[in-house]
Every structure is written in C-alpha cells, then in structure tokens.
Design a protein around this ligand. Sequence first.
Ligand SMILES: Cc1cc2nc3c(=O)[nH]c(=O)nc-3n(C[C@H](O)[C@H](O)[C@H](O)COP(=O)(O)OP(=O)(O)OC[C@H]3O[C@@H](n4cnc5c(N)ncnc54)[C@H](O)[C@@H]3O)c2cc1C
Length: 321
Amino acid sequence: MILALMIHDRGVVEETAWQALTMARRLADDLGVPLHALWVGDGIDPSSVGAHGVDTVHVASGDGFDDYSPQAWARAVAGLLAAHEPAAVVAIGSDRGNEVMAHVGAITGLPMVANVREVEPGATWKLLRTRWGGSLLEETDLDAATKLLTVAEHAVAVELAAQASTPQVVPFEVDLDEGDLITKVIDRVVTSDGITLATAPVVVSGGRGVGSPEGFAPLEELAALLGGVVGCSRVVTNNGWRPHSDQVGQTGTVVAPDLYIACGISGAIQHWVGMMASKTIIAVNTDSEASMVTKADYAVLGDLSEIVPAIIDEVKRRRSA
Ligand SMILES: Cc1cc2nc3c(=O)[nH]c(=O)nc-3n(C[C@H](O)[C@H](O)[C@H](O)COP(=O)(O)OP(=O)(O)OC[C@H]3O[C@@H](n4cnc5c(N)ncnc54)[C@H](O)[C@@H]3O)c2cc1C
C-alpha cells in the first residue's frame, strides 16, 4: 500500500497537503496497490479523503495528540509503518510535513527524500526533487523497503479521484514517552482575520526598500484593500521591522497567491523561490536591473513611498466610481 500522511492543523488540512495526496494516489494507481491515509488526532472528515480515492484512514489517538507535535506524529507514522510495511509514506513538503518525516527517518533508520516533484517507481525508484530552496533540480535513486517522501509544495496540481471512495476508518492508539512531546504547540497568536500568508490570494510584500517598520503602513492599507496580507523579505525580519511569520522565502513561508506585489525587494534567489509560483508578480522598485524587476510580469519603476499610495488612491477611486 501507499500511506499518505495528512498534515493538518487541529483538523484543518494544509492546503498543499491535497497535492501530496494526489501524488500518493497516482503512485498507488501505478503500483496497483491500495491507498491508505494517516490522520493524527481529532477532526478527520473521511469523505474529504474519500474524494481522493483513499481506501482506509488510520486515525492515531493518544495523550499528546491534541495539537501538533512533530516527534509524536512521527511515532504514529512509525507504528503504522511497522504494522503495514507500505511501499511509501508520502507527506507534503511543508515545514510540518518535512519536520515529521525527518523524525520518521530518524526513528526508523529509513532514507527520507524531501521536496519530490516526480516519481518513477521501479526496482529502484527514480525521483526528481528540488534542492537549495528550489534553485536546483536533482535526480535521485531511492532504494528502501519503505520510501519516505515529501512532495514539493505546488509541484503537483490537485486532482480528485475518478471514483470517490467511502474509506474504512481504523482507529489505533499510540503510546508516547514524555520525550516524544518535547516539541509541541503551547500557544497560538492570531495575527490576521483568518487569512494566512500561506493561503492569501494577494500578498503585498516589502523589502529593505520600505525603510522602516512604519513604512509598512501603506502596504498594510493596500493589502487590506485587495483582501490580502503583508509579507516581507528576510532583511526586514532581520532588522526587526516585521515578525518572522511574515517572511516569504526559503527560510520563511512559501506562497503562491494570485497576485504578489514585491515592493523594494531585489529578488534574491532565497526570496524568489518562496513566491515564484505566484500567478501574477508585480515589482515596485527604483532599480530597473533588480532581479525581481526583470523576472516580474509587470514592473513599476520608482520610489515605493510614492507608488504604493498612488495605487491605493487609484483602487479607491475606481471602487467609488
Ligand atoms: C541561507 C539563506 C536563506 C535565506 N532565506 C531568505 C528568505 O527566506 N527570504 C528572503 O527574503 N531572503 C532570504 N535570504 C536573504 C536573501 O539572500 C536576501 O539578502 C534578501 O532577500 C534581500 O532582501 P531585500 O530584497 O529586502 O533587500 P535588498 O537585496 O537590499 O533589496 C532592496 C531592494 O529595494 C530597492 N529599493 C530601495 N529603495 C527603494 C524605494 N524607495 N522604492 C522602491 N525600491 C527601493 C532596491 O533597488 C533593491 O532592489 C536568505 C539568505 C540565505 C543565505
């Protein structure tokens, strides 16, 4: 069987986790084996995975599964793996997906391949995966009793199964040690009204060119007008102008909004890989040679402290017209 680990946050499936489930189903179809899913904790809606053709959902429960805890989740995966010996365990290559699967690799001693884009099963599996924050494609051979894979976010388009299933739900208990819960969620701070950086349809992002924490006020206003959120580059978080939760890029959040407006961001590769999947990219920059400007769909050359308020005025004018 192929086992898909569903990454969720207290019952809300990570948007990109459906991409990993799509790849898992294709693998199961290719190999002619059943597709199982693993859900850790509460909140499973079996019909949601049934739409993807999942035959069986294993639901892990036990003290410590009330919120995210990477090693505890990995114990649940390792337990199932020992009992069922799947051909592969597939999770999304999000922060949490990669973190849990790395723990699974450490617990089981099996090799784990992160950020896979394509899989060709065979005697030895041939994988294509992204490395170095997406700037390098690597062909990898993988040979292991059970393959541990994470799927690069946005590498696979979500596709429902031709035939939906009614999955069998199989609960199982996992005994955890205190040490398994050494890393766990202990607090949550809500920063925006339900829209997160990872899922917002519009991201108005600022870099060093914004100049100060106060300089983000017009970006906040534009983001609110467009139903989006503010993002930023690492220089901004390093300077303490914005929290790390706003950072886009290799060491921040990977985003793929409909519209990404990069204000005063040069477009360094570590930033680019975090937003290159955006459908439309607009650069606002004083430098016509900046990488963000040359790669964007549209560029506005000039000082962002003049251009962003001008865009705000124009949006308001058109809305009131
Ligand atoms: C291992 C590693 C991981 C990293 N991870 C990340 C990451 O996740 N995310 C990330 O963003 N970076 C990351 N970086 C840092 C990255 O390499 C760059 O240093 C960073 O992205 C640059 O930020 P910036 O574009 O804001 O600043 P700069 O590169 O300094 O660019 C500022 C831009 O603003 C423009 N500008 C200046 N003033 C104005 C103005 N008034 N109006 C309009 N434009 C103006 C300039 O022309 C310039 O293009 C990482 C680096 C490393 C080594």
